[in-house]
Design a protein around this ligand. Sequence first.
Ligand SMILES: *Cc1c(COP(=O)(O)O)cnc(C)c1O
Length: 513
Amino acid sequence: MNRANAVDAGAHQTVALAGTADGLEQLRTLVDAALDAVAASSIKHGGPVTVGGPSAAIAAVRDMMHGEGFLTDAPGPDRVTELFETYAAWSADLTHPSAVSRMQCAPTPAAAAAELLAAVLNQSLHSWESGPFALELERRLISEMAGWVGYGETASGTLTPGGSISNLVGLLLSRDHMLTDAVGSDISQSGLAGSAVRPRILCSAAAHFSIARAAGFLGLGRDAVVKVPTDEMGRMIPEEACRLLDGFTADEVPIALVATAGTTDHGSFDPLPELAALAAERRIWFHVDAAYGIGALFSNSLAPLLDGLSEADSIAFDLHKFGWTPASSSILLVRDEARLSPLAQQAVYLNPPDDEAEGYTALLGTSMQTTRRSDALKIAASLLSLGRKGMGDWVDACHSQARYAAARIDRHPDLELLAEPVLSTVIFRCRTSEAIEDESAWNAAVRRRLMTEGRALLARTKVRRQDGETWVHLKLVFLNPATTKEEIDALLDDVVTAAAEVKEAMRTQVRHS
Ligand SMILES: *Cc1c(COP(=O)(O)O)cnc(C)c1O
């Protein structure tokens, strides 16, 4: 169909559905355009992000829209190509060695290609005929992963749209299981209104905020979360958890003890064996948030950090951090399949019992979702392309990078290391012997300057120091196995240079005010 014809006939008639012969031709052209856009973008900006900061990004979207809406009167492949080019040019380049701000990896080619295949075929997991192979693939993957963490035959789980949701699902199961016992009725049916119990979730002060959000979503309230004190590395202190449990009043029902395996800042691991024993003794659901720390599992030298993991009732982990698959690749495992029962759902039009009796079963009843995409495909593709040794080598590479960066920082007169890295994060700050008004504001401004100038993407956090004061610190998150020592040196040089520039600018400002 030529263009003139297309305009006459209505442009939409030139668009074929992706899986058809015509559609695949169109798809090949568009994929080429998309990949060209990615290749061109990294050459163009040189750094991990395009120069200019938020105002330039806003302008880029505005320019691309040409004063129109997305429901344009002049649709076509050229507009799509322009969208791809702008998107690629303005995306953070996760393959760049100075992109070290987030737990966000660049994916393997296998995983990226699998995403395309998943999109073209658009299978779903909610009924048998919506994805016959996708279903079996996810089942097989879940069962293998259960083996990774030391679970037995009775284990099960589900893929979810992220670690936050995996935590939510784990806590949902713990709530319904623990409170149904405490209240004496099925609380997923009756709800909690009118019940006299006050549910409590224990996690460390360094736990991810998704735990408190989940408590809010689950109708327990964020106040239901009891924060257990940690040591200086952000590890939960089991004796403190004991003490808090002993102090509960009769109506306070602990429904979950949440351990973090790989905290967001230090990458620290709560003492899993001790906490598992405590949870077992007090008959509390033991949930482990290993969203980031699961990486240790693939490394021979780091794997002991996860000792005790198999004692958990439920485990959440992400492969879109360590794992090199695109988001979302998150998993919630349970030691006992029966614990998934609060998610059970029968729908006459999806999974009628006589179909199920004949083996036409699906995964509607193990998920919070109905239509659900196949995340297992990209995970399987990535694992099959890397294998156990590949995954382990890459985790070890990122760990070595963190240790190398930490050693460099520790030796540098203008930088101060907070602690030895546990996994692949490094926390530090810029320091100076000169009097400076606000060292936290200075460090925060250094990070913004590096972002706006497109030189480096760093994370920041706040650290309570021994003197009780909180200080802004900078954080490097290494997830790119290809990064070299020279590139880490260059990154740290950039930080030191930017720190001097910002200090000078702050001093000039003070003089002028
Ligand atoms: C990243 C992370 C989460 C949240 O996971 P998402 O996939 O971003 O939703 C939860 N807990 C920990 C410890 C994390 O590192």
